[in-house]
Design a protein. Structure first.
Length: 285
């Protein structure tokens, strides 16, 4: 069964009038042929949606025949860790090494999963229990960066199946990367994994990990995409931070369940769509 989240976004209907491609998402039994696998959606019917079909089925309407239509995204913004790359071993190992160096207890790797994805200083403030941007947090982050720099190029791999999907999608719409990872690590990792060519734009935190607020980073990606004439992007992420950033900018929020965050986390944050495998992204779009 396919569950959907439909939240009509301002201007989506106008996008169709401007020539945007319209994708049909069916709530009937044939939906499995349209979006197979573990595609789950939440349907939020807004007042008057059902009447949209009688008025001619505007983009974003729920028609009387149960088919939901929506303007297809003209660009995609991707999170990095957990969505495109598996950095679990590199990040958790470097975190524990930094904690030990500063006289703090190590944490089980499973417990550290939640710290993959959030802005770096946010993660270490919680791990250290110190005040915001305190001297201790600054020192631990610097140590973490040193340990991470020694292993990240050899201990990070791409998510199985994601590279061909990115290759196919990049031929259809511009792709942007929006990550809270420092550009110091993002750019070399993209090059080492052969992914740089797939992204029209890359937005990341500053070399010192400042400016790592996810909403601001996604905003920079949107500004870059607007220069290409793209005004209906969707966000693809695996953590609540990604979904919240998408919603802050009025974007379609696509949550992936193969990453760090759980389906419950993504749903609670307000994801419009959840998918369970990279190939389902192509089918969905």
């Amino acid at each position: 069964r396919v569950r959907r989240v439909l939240e009509h976004q301002r201007g989506r209907a106008r996008g169709g009038a401007r020539g945007g491609c319209v994708a049909c998402w069916s709530t009937s039994e044939d939906a499995r042929a349209v979006a197979p696998g573990r595609v789950r959606r939440v349907l939020e019917r807004q007042r008057g949606r059902a009447r949209g079909g009688a008025r001619g089925g505007a983009a974003g309407a729920v028609r009387d025949d149960g088919v939901v239509t929506r303007v297809a995204p003209d660009a995609l913004i991707f999170d990095f860790d957990g969505v495109i790359v598996d950095s679990y071993a590199a990040v958790t190992g470097a975190i524990n090494a930094a904690l030990v160096d500063h006289g703090l207890p190590t944490r089980p790797s499973a417990e550290l999963r939640q710290f993959i994805g959030p802005p770096t200083y946010t993660a270490f403030r919680e791990l250290a229990g110190a005040g915001a941007r305190s001297a201790e947090v600054e020192a631990i982050v610097a140590t973490y960066r040193r340990h991470y720099a020694a292993v990240y190029l050899t201990q990070t791999r791409t998510i199985e199946g994601i590279v061909p999907v990115l290759g196919s999608l990049s031929q259809r719409v511009p792709l942007a990367l929006a990550t809270s990872k420092s550009v110091t690590f993002t750019q070399p990792l993209l090059e080492a994994l052969g992914l740089e060519r797939l992204f029209a734009f890359v937005e990341a935190a500053a070399p010192d990990d400042s400016g790592d607020d996810k909403t601001a980073i996604v905003g920079r990606a949107l500004a870059a995409l607007a220069g290409r004439g793209c005004h209906a992007a969707a966000m693809v992420g695996d953590r609540s931070f990604d979904v919240e950033a998408a919603r802050a900018h009025g974007l379609l929020a696509i949550g992936v369940t193969w990453g760090i965050g759980s389906a419950a986390e993504l749903t609670a944050a307000g994801a419009d769509v959840l998918i369970g495998a990279p190939g389902e992204l192509e089918t969905l779009l």
